[in-house]
Every structure is written in structure tokens, then in C-alpha cells.
Design a protein around this ligand. Structure first.
Ligand code: BG6
Length: 454
């Protein structure tokens, strides 16, 4: 790639603010001047030396002194070259005259052994506090908000346990398939792609105990503790699926980038895990993720127990929903007297929809916030080595079963654009989730349930 092409690539998505266009254009020009493209080979020291010389030249031009030569390396690379590139950087571009930070993107291995191998090899080169393992879900606004919600509200803090909560669902839905990414995806599948990392990270924030402080290590200590309480997922607590074409949209196996045309890689999975500790014993945490579904949605849904000895017959269970995307929101489904002459109880909600509540809302992109964390040397929203190891332990036996196509592994088909395999409703019901309140609509509803229309 030539320099110009590189600059076009990296700046094409940068948006100028409407009212500050002039100023932003100037900033963009300044940014272009300090941005450069140095090409090289992953396995040749000479390439890294060229990079080092360039960096030193920039540092010297800017008058950066020894002790302040801070360098951040972001490895957005195929996993097969993580180790050689880390070695090349360490040998040639590492400095003791400032801080060195290495950002690594997933996949961090494919199972416990490969992940441990990667951790071991990287560990020989960089100290744990120099490594930033990115899970971009940890940079999402509503994921970061889970700790505030839980630990800054007496109301939630006290109800956050098995005495009040019946089941928890963490759901990831995408309305498109693997289109063109089949080559990568087929090697990994939806569990490695989304559940073992993004959804499990969300689970740990929902389930962990209160950390002793907001320090990165205090938070990560609690996350590891909760992961240690989760048993490996059992196949009988799993529902797996793969999408098929709907006549218009292609099925997973129609993807041209897919090599194995008999692939049994799941593009949908629902798994129930249990946390064996005092707070959560017996409460299923259902993690569901799927490609080519009917909508785009990521949310956490805590469903509370039914009211005991209910005065009003059977009212719907309370639910607290944290909508991660799109349209960030926190809402609580609760029961209320139907307004007017009726004494009926209807389900409604306390709704904090960010776009309605906050008039000057500007939610940063997850990567924007995480890269800033790296510059600030804050590891809170990055995955620690022991956390990663524990996360793999929970999924590795199941993943090996699927990889080996063992006889008790069933992959159900579902149509592109549907809600997932038809067995899904029974699956979540088995773990206690009740889809109730036929008359409830979100975010707006008419008071008279008979004419409930948005
Ligand atoms: C990535 C997965 O990590 O996360 C993708 O590899 C997935 O398959 C993506 O589409 C989802 O991220 P977001 O931020 O769009 O929800």
C-alpha cells in the first residue's frame, strides 16, 4: 500500500462535527501529518528495525526524552502471526526508556491449551501489565454501566441474588450471516466468536461480587472468582443451530468463502451455565447468540421470581432489562393498576431510554473508549491472563465435543431471518424463563389492552 492509500483508508470513516467542520478539518489535517505507514514482513528483523528507526525519528523531532519514549503496539493481526510479531517487536522495537503497551485482539487461542500456549509465549516477551487483551464489549457504554447500576443503587444491590432473581438471559442477535467471513468463522463458530468472550464477559460483570475498589486488579479479581464458580457447560444444557437459506438470503453453507461444505459449525447457540456460589446457586444464566436472525439486539434480561401469594391472581414477573444495543436503555418491567376505572393489573415499565433522556447524548464507540483506556494505563476493561484461562475452561469440553462431531451433538437448522431454531422457546422455558404479558408492548402502549397498538 502507498502512503496516500493508507491515509485514505484510515480517514475515510472520520466524521466531522456539523457545527465544527472547519476546526475538525484542521485537526484532521494535523492528524494526517503525524500518521504514517511503514510496511514490512512479519518474520524479518530488518522490517522491525525500519519501524524502530522511524519511531525514534518521530520521538527525536518532537523532543521526546529518554524515560518518556512511550510506545503502544496494536496487533490487529491473524492469530497465526501473534507470536512472531510479538517477538519481532520485543527484539527490535521494545524500549526500556518509557512504557511499552501491547494490545492484542481475539482470537486468543481456540481452547484451553492453545490459549495457554499463546499466553505462555507472550508472557515470555511482555509483562502482564504491558498486555491489553481487547474484548470490545467491555468498551460498550451499557456494559460499563453494569457496575454503576449494581453498586450505586441500594434497590438493585439488595435484589441481585437467587432469593429474588429466577433466571438471567444474555442475548446477542445479528440480522446478517457470515457473508464473506465464512472462512474465518468456520474455524471458530459462534461460541468462540461471541459467547466465550463477549457474552461471558457481560455475565461476569452481572454476577461478580462487589470489588473492594474500582482498581483494575480489584475488578478483575472478582471476575476471576465468579468464573471459578462456573462448571464447564454440559451438552444437555445447550441448543445449537446453523442457518439455512430462505429462498432469498443464502444459507451458511452457501457462503463461497466456506471450504467445508458439510460444515457442522454452529452459527447459533444457547447455553445455560450455573454459578455455584452463595449468591447464584440454581439460577440459570442463559447465554444466547446467533447470526442471520430476525433483528439486531444485544441485551441482559434478569427475570425475577413470581410474587408469592399474589393478591391479584397471577401478575407477570418483574424483569430488569439492560439493552446494550441498539438504542441503549435500562428498563424495569413491573405491574401497575390499569389507569382509569378498571382495577386490573397490567404490566408496564420504568424506562430509561438514553436517546430520550439525555438530550446531548454522544456515546463513544467501544474502541474509542478502550484505546483511551490504554493510553491512560487502565486495565479495568481488558481481559487478564487468569480470567482468559478460566473462560476457556468453561467452554473447552463442549467445544471439543462439537469439533469432534460426537454423537450427542445436534445442530438444528433455522431459517435466515427467523428467531433461531424452533426449539428455542422450549429450551429457555426448561430453564425457568417465562415469556409472559401478551398485552405488554415496549416502549409505548395504549392503556386499553384490547387495542394495544403502537
Ligand atoms: C466480533 C465478532 O467480535 O463481534 C463478530 O467476531 C460480531 O462476528 C461482532 O459480528 C459484534 O460486535 P458488535 O460491536 O457489532 O456487536
Amino acid at each position: 500500500m502507498e502512503h496516500e492509500e493508507y491515509i485514505n483508508r484510515v480517514t475515510q470513516f472520520i466524521k466531522l462535527r456539523k457545527n465544527e467542520e472547519e476546526e475538525d478539518r484542521k485537526k484532521l489535517e494535523e492528524f494526517k501529518k503525524i500518521t504514517n505507514y511503514i510496511s514490512g514482513q512479519y518474520d524479518q528483523d530488518a522490517s522491525y528495525q525500519t519501524l524502530r528507526e522511524y519511531i525514534e525519528k518521530c520521538e527525536n523531532e518532537r523532543g521526546v526524552k529518554d524515560g518518556q519514549r512511550n510506545r503502544v503496539f496494536y496487533m490487529a493481526l491473524p492469530p497465526s502471526v501473534f507470536i512472531p510479531v510479538a517477538q519481532g517487536l520485543k527484539r527490535n522495537v521494545y524500549t526500556t526508556e518509557g512504557s511499552v503497551r501491547l494490545i492484542v485482539e481475539k482470537p486468543f487461542g481456540k481452547d484451553t491449551d492453545s490459549s495457554n500456549h499463546l499466553a505462555h509465549e507472550l508472557g515470555k516477551l511482555f509483562k502482564e501489565n504491558e498486555i491489553y487483551r481487547i474484548d470490545h464489549y467491555l468498551g460498550k457504554e451499557m456494559v460499563k454501566n453494569i457496575m454503576n447500576l449494581r453498586f450505586a443503587n441500594v434497590l438493585f444491590g439488595h435484589a441481585w441474588n437467587r432469593t429474588y432473581i429466577d433466571n438471567v438471559q444474555i442475548t446477542f442477535k445479528e440480522p446478517f450471516g457470515t457473508e464473506g467471513r465464512g472462512g474465518y468463522f468456520d474455524e471458530f463458530g459462534i461460541i468462540r466468536d461471541v459467547i466465550q468472550n463477549h457474552l461471558l464477559q457481560v455475565l461476569t460483570l452481572v454476577a461478580m461480587e462487589r470489588p473492594i475498589s474500582t482498581d483494575a486488579e480489584a475488578i478483575r479479581d472478582e471476575k476471576v472468582k465468579v468464573l471459578k464458580c462456573i462448571e464447564p457447560i454440559r451438552i444437555e444444557n445447550t441448543l445449537l443451530g446453523q442457518y439455512v437459506g430462505d429462498g432469498d438470503k443464502p444459507g451458511y453453507k452457501d457462503d463461497e468463502s466456506l471450504k467445508d461444505k458439510d460444515s457442522l459449525t454452529p452459527t447459533f447457540a444457547a447455553v445455560a451455565c450455573f454459578i455455584n456460589n452463595e449468591r447464584w446457586e440454581g439460577v440459570p444464566f442463559i447465554l444466547k447468540a446467533g447470526k442471520a436472525l430476525n433483528e439486531a439486539k444485544v441485551e441482559v434480561r434478569l427475570q425475577f421470581h413470581r410474587v408469592a401469594g399474589n393478591l391479584f391472581g397471577s401478575s407477570a414477573r418483574n424483569e430488569l432489562v439492560i439493552r446494550i444495543q441498539p438504542n441503549e436503555a435500562v428498563y424495569m418491567k413491573f405491574n401497575n393498576k390499569q389507569p382509569g376505572l378498571s382495577y386490573q393489573t397490567i404490566t408496564t415499565d420504568l424506562d430509561l431510554s438514553y436517546h430520550e433522556r439525555y438530550t446531548d447524548l454522544a456515546i463513544p464507540d467501544a474502541y474509542e473508549s478502550l484505546i483511551l483506556d490504554v493510553l491512560r494505563n487502565d486495565h479495568s476493561n481488558f481481559v487478564r491472563d487468569d480470567e482468559l484461562e478460566r473462560a476457556w475452561k468453561i467452554f473447552t469440553p463442549l467445544l471439543h465435543k462439537i469439533d469432534n462431531r460426537e454423537s450427542d451433538v445436534e445442530i438444528k437448522h433455522y431459517r435466515y431471518g427467523s428467531r433461531g431454531p424452533k426449539e428455542l422457546d422450549d429450551f429457555v422455558k426448561k430453564f425457568g424463563y417465562h415469556r409472559e404479558n401478551a398485552n405488554y408492548e415496549w416502549p409505548r402502549q395504549n392503556v386499553n389492552p384490547a387495542s394495544n397498538k403502537l
